[in-house]
Design a protein around this ligand. Structure first.
Ligand code: OGA
Ligand code: MN
Length: 219
């Protein structure tokens, strides 16, 4: 794997600037080679050490609404914490992006959560928006792909629709290192079925919706 990754992923601050420029102009940003090379490799290594029974079937909705629905999505997930060196590096990288975007776009991003996702062959995630219904706290979505040498015929593209009416969408190949960032409420998107195992990280930045009755986000 390492030999395929000799190309430099560039300096993070260049990527942060590009993301902030793209978000301002179009609301989304697609970046092949979006994160540092070493971090991409470390995340792939961490993924290989997660056992099948540590992955959990993904659900939809949240708290009382939480449910599993195989007709909508059938990936499995593993939440990323700061308990490992690689987890810390990933969270730090995302935190620096948050600070950059708060400074340049005044988004007021507050907390961040992310998980690895495994889509077994033929798994999918139908068209959806990431912001929870009735709650406006998921502001920005981020997706990183961890599939080395993905072939066109493997399928599994992310289709990002430019607005609620758009039926065509922008296709993104889930190749290792490709990083996609978009405004959570604005862009419906879906994951097409793949011929082979497909790995990604999905994450969300949230604003602080706490009030006197409830701490939200909880962490
Ligand atoms: C999600 C999601 C996209 C992907 O988890 O909400 O849209 O390409 N993931 O993995
Ligand atoms: Mn999504």
């Amino acid at each position: 794997m390492t030999s395929l990754l000799t190309a430099s992923f560039g300096c993070s601050s260049d990527v942060y600037h590009k993301i902030s420029h793209d978000l301002k102009t179009t609301g989304y940003s697609i970046n092949p080679l979006g994160i540092p090379n070493e971090l991409a490799i470390a995340l792939c290594e961490q993924l290989q050490n997660i056992t099948d029974n540590q992955f959990n079937a993904a659900g939809i909705g949240r708290d009382d609404d939480f449910g599993k629905n195989d007709n909508i999505r059938n990936d499995e997930i593993y939440w990323i914490s700061g308990n490992s060196q690689t987890g810390i590096q990933w969270l730090d990288w995302c935190n620096e992006l948050k600070e950059h975007l708060n400074k340049h776009l005044l988004l007021g991003l507050f907390s961040f959560e992310s998980h690895f996702a495994h889509y077994p062959p033929n798994a999918f995630y139908k068209r959806h928006v990431d912001a929870f219904q009735g709650e406006k706290n998921r502001i920005l979505s981020i997706v990183l792909y961890l599939n080395c040498n993905w072939k066109k015929h493997d399928g599994g593209e992310l289709v990002l629709y430019e607005n609620k009416e758009d039926m065509n969408g922008v296709m993104v190949t889930p190749e290792l290192g490709t990083l996609v960032v978009f405004l959570s409420e604005e862009f419906p998107h879906e994951v097409l079925p793949a011929r082979t195992d497909r790995y990604s990280i999905a994450g969300w930045y949230r604003v602080n919706c706490s009030n006197e009755n409830r701490v939200d986000p909880p962490n």
